[in-house]
Design a protein around this ligand. Structure first.
Ligand SMILES: Cc1cc2nc3c(=O)[nH]c(=O)nc-3n(C[C@H](O)[C@H](O)[C@H](O)COP(=O)(O)OP(=O)(O)OC[C@H]3O[C@@H](n4cnc5c(N)ncnc54)[C@H](O)[C@@H]3O)c2cc1C
Length: 493
């Protein structure tokens, strides 16, 4: 007689599909502000195993986008700082270690504070902005390059000064308020109070210029609010807080099929799944939230997603031990001169592991024939640090898939978050674009969820109080960051 397998049926108010930063942050924020029953399912054995664990760990407050023609991505980053301070700092006390600081009497700007378990490293990121005598301009045959670099320089200095210098007071009563688009776009001053000649960075620039046979050229070195972030700490704290509010997590779940109701507005009836042990399961919910990153492709047609997805591959190099103790980024109008160096610190048992992440924003279209080339990263690193310093280290490279949406009208990469829903449907699709956007994504998704299902806001707990049992559960649930996994498997540490 054929065996009949019973299928478990489970019902929750909100089912989040995908345990990267987007899914976890949305579940956490919603749980903190409602009494809804919430479950997160993840197909891997652990949470945070894909893009949210493989990234460079750059906390973006806008510097990288300050030179762009369109200021929208810069504004998104600046607004992200406001959301972080208003919605996370006092609840995750100490751990979300960014707050307003009185720079001058009654004048406040955001500042990262030192804290051993803090999400953000208190070492700033220095932007190196070249001027017209820089190698990339001198070695170029195009006269327009000098004009371009000056346009970019003016934007970078002006926008960063308005956002984080002496132009905008972020404190308004008890609230943190970021500058608005018009303030940023209308400012024309060129004096940037954030210019800061860090000796280490100047020496790196000196070595870089010397590698082209030049004496030190002119650079603007700008101290930004950007920093490196400890993404595993962030994910684990968000998971601890979620567990404390009753969110359940299940890993190793495979979705076999979406059962859709196609009469009237498209709605999801159930997800047919298999558990980690291979047992069939039917998941039902009032609302389904898809936060599956690069895993969107199989669902696009059922969910009738309007945006066009673009996947690209980026490479990074991990150097251990760290090359220097400073985070720096070279901005350039020439792609091959882009370069980032980030310091990351992770604790493993008694050990503190400090390594460098090297990248250059280069990418290749996923599925295309383009080879991802790490030689430009190595070439820049040789120029800044010298061959001996670089190749004395343990070096590893790996690739990671970036998933973004592209607007239909302009084929530009937007680096922005994306939240799509249909008012009559019972699902929401989310792509954060950047890990750093998680506070905004969680808050905006929460606002959207309120329009899709009925629930009462509850007053959120004042402070996050982790207990050991929840902490241990979170450590088991969330994967170590990918570079740490690589280093742990090598014999070096
Ligand atoms: C090379 C690179 C460097 C980056 N550097 C930075 C940086 O320095 N700073 C920054 O802010 N951002 C950075 N980003 C962007 C950032 O990594 C992503 O925007 C962010 O992590 C995406 O989060 P996510 O939750 O959408 O996706 P993911 O982290 O990929 O999470 C999606 C989850 O969904 C799960 N999933 C997929 N399909 C299913 C399914 N069918 N069922 C259940 N679960 C499923 C996946 O297993 C995964 O765990 C970088 C990205 C790349 C590629």
């Amino acid at each position: 007689m054929p065996q009949i397998e019973a299928s478990q049926i489970e019902y929750v108010d909100v089912l989040v599909i995908g345990g990267g930063v987007a899914g976890i942050a949305i579940a956490e924020f919603l749980a903190r502000h409602s009494n809804l029953s919430i479950k997160v399912i993840e197909k891997s054995a652990q949470l945070g195993n894909l893009a949210s664990g493989k990234l460079e760990g750059w906390f973006h407050t806008g510097a990288l986008y300050s030179g762009q023609d369109d200021a929208q991505t810069f504004i998104n980053c600046v607004n992200g700082v406001e959301d972080l301070i208003n919605l996370y700092t006092s609840y995750f006390k100490g751990r979300c270690n960014i707050n307003l600081e009185e720079k001058q009497k009654d004048f406040f700007t955001p500042k990262i504070q030192t804290h051993p378990q803090g999400w953000f490293n208190d070492q700033p990121v220095y932007i190196i902005h070249p001027q017209t005598d820089a190698p990339e301009i001198q070695l170029s045959h195009l006269k327009s390059d000098a004009v371009q670099i000056n346009i970019q320089r003016n934007r970078v200095l002006g926008r960063l000064e308005v956002a984080y210098g002496k132009q905008h007071n972020w404190k308004n009563g008890n609230h943190c308020i970021a500058p608005i688009y018009a303030q940023i776009e209308n400012y024309e001053g060129l004096n940037c109070s954030l210019i800061d000649s860090s000796e280490t960075v100047r020496n790196l620039c000196r070595q870089f210029d010397a590698s082209y046979g030049m004496k030190l050229t002119n650079y603007d070195i700008i101290q930004t609010l950007d920093s490196s972030m400890n993404t595993s700490n962030i994910l684990r704290d968000l998971v601890v807080s979620s567990l404390a509010q009753g969110v359940t997590f299940e890993t190793g779940v495979t979705i076999d099929k979406l059962l859709m109701d196609r009469y009237g507005p498209i709605r999801i009836k159930s997800l047919l799944c298999h558990t980690e042990k291979g047992l069939p399961k039917r998941l039902k919910a009032k609302l389904f939230i898809f936060a599956v990153g690069e895993g969107f492709t199989p669902f696009l047609s059922d969910l009738q997603v309007r945006a066009r997805l673009k996947k690209s591959r980026s490479a990074m190099v991990v150097a251990y031990p760290a090359l220097v103790d400073t985070n720096f980024v070279r901005m350039s109008t020439k792609n091959r001169f882009h370069f980032n160096h980030f310091i990351q610190q992770r604790e493993q048992g008694e050990n503190k592991i400090i390594y460098s992440m090297l990248a250059d924003s280069g990418y290749a279209i996923d599925g295309g024939n383009d080879e991802l080339d790490i030689e430009p990263i190595l070439d820049s690193a040789e120029r800044y640090f010298g061959k001996n310093e670089l190749y004395n280290r343990q070096l590893f490279s790996y690739e990671c898939v970036k998933t973004e949406f592209i607007s239909e009208e302009e084929q530009k990469r937007r680096y922005s978050y994306w939240i799509e829903s249909n008012p009559q449907s019972n699902y929401l699709c989310v792509l954060p674009g950047k890990f750093s956007f998680f506070p905004t994504v969680a808050f905006q998704a929460y606002q959207r969820i309120k329009t899709l299902i009925d629930f009462d806001d509850c007053s959120p707990p004042v402070c996050f109080e982790p207990n050991n049992s929840l902490k241990q559960q979170a450590v088991a649930l969330v994967a170590d960051s990918y570079p740490l996994q690589i280093l742990s498997h090598s014999s070096s540490i």
